[in-house]
Design a protein around this ligand. Structure first.
Ligand code: BES
Ligand code: MN
Ligand code: ZN
Length: 472
């Protein structure tokens, strides 16, 4: 019998920098504009070797300089021009696959302010989703340069690995129960407490919409409630945990359903952020709420035209069973608001409209607070995790008000689909200071340090913005 594969949370190795005492190869990163001068000042055999091989410092170019035995003596990596670098992020990571297996020491060429992001990129580039493949262990290690906060970067990488693993794991191994187990494992690692309301208890404890959306699946719906930390401001994260989204009776066409294992991307992102917060021991009271369900098709599935009553008493007319994320989030947000958090944040792969508006690289977010938006945008730029503010545009409130209920889960016309979904959610935040992310959660085309697959979006920007937003 084949040995059991490790589950999503129990990776065999966690991202880490190499021990500074390890034997290492010198890595010189060369700006294209400075490359010629550098080579002119280098020993003549180095300059000749570079010219022979056409090395000119272009982005991602790698040149191994051999010693007399032909063994690598040092390695040059092209860093392009500032203009080239502005077109992407994690530039150094883009060269990783071309480097010979070794432990590297970064000797020069990356400005101090860019070092943390470039070092993080190195760890993120080592990510492999190898749960179902015999593992190829990365042989390319980095000794962190002086002055970078290695614990912070390793925590960021560990959080992002978790997020990616959770999303990449197919729905067959990542149902509501599996998501619960992954959350339990994370809670155990950091001494957090996990409370679960499952199945029929969702009805007796008044989470009617979570139950309704999840009731058609044999893999029973549940609400995960993790708490950690007992001093400081209260931060509550709510993540959409739709483990698979068929669309329900408004069944998605095959092409739209293909990627829907990632519909728990919001949950995966808040768990990744929670790991970073707990690993770095931020002084706050963290709570993570995840409605974990599968949006399935069955005779007992909820129907178009049904009217549901939410936890907070608002009624919702179902005009499309494929607009399920806002329903399960609504009950979780109401519950979160009852506890009066200082800051309430939701993350969800909520609408196709968000993907159309900003594409997969930007994390669109909503907030009524200009200062929170500014703090987040500044943190995003500094942490190589781009975000884009979207408006809670009040004149569109009428679009989510249908004929016979308080709210419409799928306004006809589809205008401003991401905005109307955000306005819907805000009705359940009950006046809490609220921020919402409508993320894509997936990298469709591999980029440096970002392999194709599950993606962390906005979580690292949040981590960096929290001290400002919450006065930590
Ligand atoms: N999970 C989807 C949204 C989604 C689709 C995110 C593709 C990323 C990529 C969500 O549950 C959904 O189906 N939303 C509908 C809402 C509509 C019926 C009002 C959508 O966006 O089409
Ligand atoms: Mn859907
Ligand atoms: Zn969905």
């Amino acid at each position: 019998m084949p040995s059991a594969k490790p589950s999503a949370i129990s990776r065999l190795s966690r991202p880490a920098f190499a021990d500074p005492a390890t034997a290492s190869l010198d890595l010189h990163v060369l700006d294209q504009d400075k490359c010629e001068d550098w080579l002119a000042n280098a020993p003549s055999e180095t300059g000749n070797w570079a010219r022979t091989n056409g090395f000119r410092g272009a982005i991602g170019q790698v040149l191994v300089i051999p010693d007399r035995d032909g063994a690598p003596r040092q390695v040059l990596v092209g860093y392009g021009t500032a203009k080239d670098r502005a077109r992407g992020r994690f530039i150094l990571a883009g060269a990783l696959s071309a480097l010979p297996g070794a432990t590297y020491r970064l000797v020069e060429g990356i400005a101090e302010e860019d070092r943390p992001a470039e070092c993080l990129g190195w760890l993120l580039a080592q990510y492999r989703f190898d749960r179902y493949k015999s593992g190829r262990v990365s042989e390319t290690h980095l000794i962190a340069p002086e002055g970078v906060d290695t614990a912070r970067i390793e925590a960021c990488a560990a959080g992002e690995y978790l997020t990616r693993d959770l999303i990449n794991t197919p729905a067959s191994d990542m149902g509501p129960q599996d998501l619960q187990e992954a959350t339990q494992a994370l809670a155990d690692r950091y001494g957090a407490a996990l409370d679960v309301v499952a199945d029929e208890d969702l009805l007796t404890q008044n989470f009617p919409m979570i139950h309704t959306v999840g009731r058609a699946s044999d893999r029973r719906p549940r609400l995960l409630d993790m708490r950690w930390g007992n001093t400081g401001p209260k931060l509550t994260l709510v993540g959409k945990g739709v483990c698979f989204d068929t669309g329900g009776l408004n069944l998605k066409p095959g092409s739209s359903m293909a990627l829907m294992k990632k519909d728990m991307g919001g949950a995966a992102n808040v768990l990744g952020l929670a790991e970073m917060i707990m690993a770095l021991q931020l002084s706050l009271q963290l709570r993570v709420l995840i409605p974990a369900v599968e949006n399935s098709v069955s005779a007992n599935a909820f129907r178009p035209g049904d009217v549901l009553t939410a936890r907070n008493g608002l009624t919702v007319e179902i005009n499309n069973t494929d607009a399920e994320g806002r329903l399960v989030l609504a009950d979780a947000l109401s519950y979160a608001a009852e506890d009066a958090p200082d800051l309430l944040i939701s993350m969800a792969t909520l609408t196709g409209a968000a993907r159309v508006a900003v594409g997969p690289d930007l994390a669109p977010f909503y907030t009524d607070s200009d200062s929170d938006a500014d703090a987040l945008s500044a943190a995003a730029a500094a942490s190589a995790d781009p975000v884009w503010r979207m408006p809670f545009h009040a004149p569109y409130e009428t679009m989510i008000e249908p004929l016979i209920a308080d709210l419409d889960n799928a306004p006809s016309g589809g205008f401003a689909g991401s905005i109307t979904a955000a306005l819907f959610l805000r009705r359940f935040a009950n006046g809490s200071r609220y921020m919402h992310f409508d993320i894509y959660g997936w990298t469709p085309t591999a980029a440096p340090a970002r392999p194709k697959g599950g993606a962390l979006q906005g979580a690292r920007a949040l981590l960096d913005a929290l001290p400002t937003m919450l006065n930590l």
